[in-house]
Design a binder for this molecule. Structure first.
Ligand SMILES: [Zn+2]
Length: 164
């Protein structure tokens, strides 16, 4: 996939400059257990997106990016996803990892802001905005309306265009 003026080499440099470490889910007992629990919850109707948590979800904690075990080289395999996770790394480091993670778990409004900033990257790379919004509403349990989120994304995408 093209990464629009931001090649694999510079993405690798960017990750390295932040001191990022890539790990498989199974490299961490905590993530493995969390993933198993998430998939059990995924059997319920209200969080079906979690059914394939272990093969689809990425999770960033501080400078560590955990990716599904099937991925060998994260940067080459999923450059857009890595750029998304780097947004989380930068914001967690800027605000304090524990503070960020607690807010992220407790507040869906905070979760929306943080994910929306990261998902701007996915949308710019071609993921349809409505697909992102549905995912935020289901997998991330965000309660904003589709209209509100569409406006947020349209507004921020326009601002990025202006700044170029
Ligand atoms: Zn994210």
């Amino acid at each position: 996939m093209a990464s629009f003026g931001y090649g694999i080499a510079s993405l690798r440099d960017h990750a390295e400059s932040l001191g990022v470490r890539f790990c498989r889910h199974s490299d961490s007992c905590g993530i493995t257990i969390f993933g198993w629990c998430a998939e059990q919850l995924g059997r319920l109707r209200w969080c079906r997106g979690w059914r394939r948590w272990r093969t689809t979800f990425w999770i960033t904690i501080g400078r560590t990016i955990y990716h599904p075990d099937v991925i060998v080289d994260a940067v080459t395999a999923s450059p857009v996803q890595v750029r998304h996770e780097l947004v989380h790394v930068e914001r967690q480091l800027a605000t304090g990892v524990l503070w960020w993670l607690s807010r992220y778990v407790i507040s869906w409004r905070f979760r929306f802001r943080e994910e929306a900033l990261a998902y701007l990257i996915d949308i710019r790379a071609g993921t349809p905005m409505l697909h992102v919004i549905r995912r935020l509403q289901t997998d991330y349990r965000i309660r904003h309306t589709t209209k509100m989120m569409s406006e947020w994304f349209a507004d921020h995408l326009a601002r990025e265009d202006d700044s170029r």
